[in-house]
Design a binder for this molecule. Structure first.
Ligand code: 3HC
Length: 295
């Protein structure tokens, strides 16, 4: 398959990443089927795309016509078969749990066309293991976007053990068509490149607060203003979803060892469903204006 053969992209999962990836694909001119398991989830994702496109138009990053046309290219769906049957390329962005993803690939294999390429937006899980659930491990790779996809430039294109080079080339071309900069990740190891560095940073920040020696604001003030990161560690955890970081750590802990043990502070937030911006509260309270970090 060549890049010009890709017309319709199915995005599975309409959460934080799924809706953002669907938006980026629609802005690039692709027809996008955005699918989630409940109408409520898919509608919420669609409304977030609408909100984001309005913001981009407000800031003259898109014209009103371009924003409307992008929204028109997105079809929100719950029916799995309808979402994937005519897709040339499928990007899966369902929760970061091996079992959930494997179930989705089982169903996907049943309904997708034989030619379609499957790409997982996993943050950490083994691309090889996921690919082996399907009958097309050579047409399967990782395509890892960053949050928020519409603003973040990088896409990691990850090779599983069985991935064909042509599929990696095609996926990189697609990332470029979407205005992104792909980086090829040849080693399919937990967290790939960025999350292998970033998620332990968030965990370490949490352990520092857990120790009682520092506050969330003190750690964020240092990471943001002294280290020059665009967001403090806790702000970033709230942005990506504390549950996402936690699941990445859980997997790194299982595969790479005890250095990656998730801090109890993260576990507590996940148990209390205080997951960050998406639930209105995480380390900061977004109903109350969000982070206010002292400099
Ligand atoms: N669409 C449109 N507009 C958006 C938006 C979106 N999805 N998200 C935020 N905005 C808007 C805000 O509402 C705000 O609008 P306002 O000015 O009208 O209030 C505006 O963008 C803020 O943009 P600015 O450019 O003024 O703000 P920043 O300079 O702070 O940039 C940022 C925002 C690009 C998110 C920047 O803070 C940043 O780069 N943060 C780091 C993000 C990051 O590292 N992400 C990767 C995390 S790791 C990951 O995702 C991997 C996963 O697997 C865990």
């Amino acid at each position: 398959m060549e890049i010009d053969d890709i017309n319709t992209i199915a995005v599975l999962g309409a959460g934080n990443m799924g809706h953002g990836i669907a938006e980026v694909a629609a802005i690039a001119g692709y027809d996008v089927n955005l699918r989630d398991i409940k109408d409520e989830f898919v509608q919420n994702g669609y409304e977030q795309i609408e909100w984001s496109l309005d913001k981009l138009a407000e800031k003259d990053q898109l014209t009103d016509e371009e924003a409307d046309a992008a929204l028109d290219r997105v079809t929100p769906l719950v029916d799995f078969e309808e979402a994937v049957a005519d897709a040339d390329f499928v990007i899966e962005a369902v929760p970061e749990k091996m079992d959930i993803k494997k179930d989705v690939y089982g169903e996907l294999e049943e309904y997708a066309s034989d030619e379609a390429v499957f790409a997982t937006n996993t943050s950490s899980l083994s691309v090889t293991e996921l690919s082996e659930v399907t009958e097309r491990p050579e047409r399967f790779c990782g395509m890892h976007f960053f949050n928020p996809p519409v603003r973040m430039q990088l896409v990691e294109v990850i090779s599983g053990e069985h991935t064909d080079d042509e599929v990696l080339d095609l996926t990189e071309d697609l990332a470029e068509e979407m205005g992104k900069t792909p980086v090829r990740v040849r080693k399919d190891s937990p967290g790939f490149i960025v999350n292998r560095v970033l998620v332990p940073l968030m965990n370490e920040a949490a352990w520092m607060v857990e120790s009682g020696d520092y506050t969330v604001e003190q750690v964020d003030s240092s990471t943001k203003f002294d280290m020059g990161l665009p967001m403090g560690s806790f702000e970033l955890a709230d942005q990506v979803g504390i549950d996402v970081g936690y699941h990445v750590l859980e997997y790194m802990n299982e595969v790479l060892g005890e250095a990656y043990e998730p801090c109890p502070l993260l576990v507590e937030k996940v148990e209390d469903e205080k997951l960050g911006k998406k639930t209105g509260e995480g380390f900061y309270d977004y109903e109350d204006g969000g982070a206010d970090i002292p400099t």
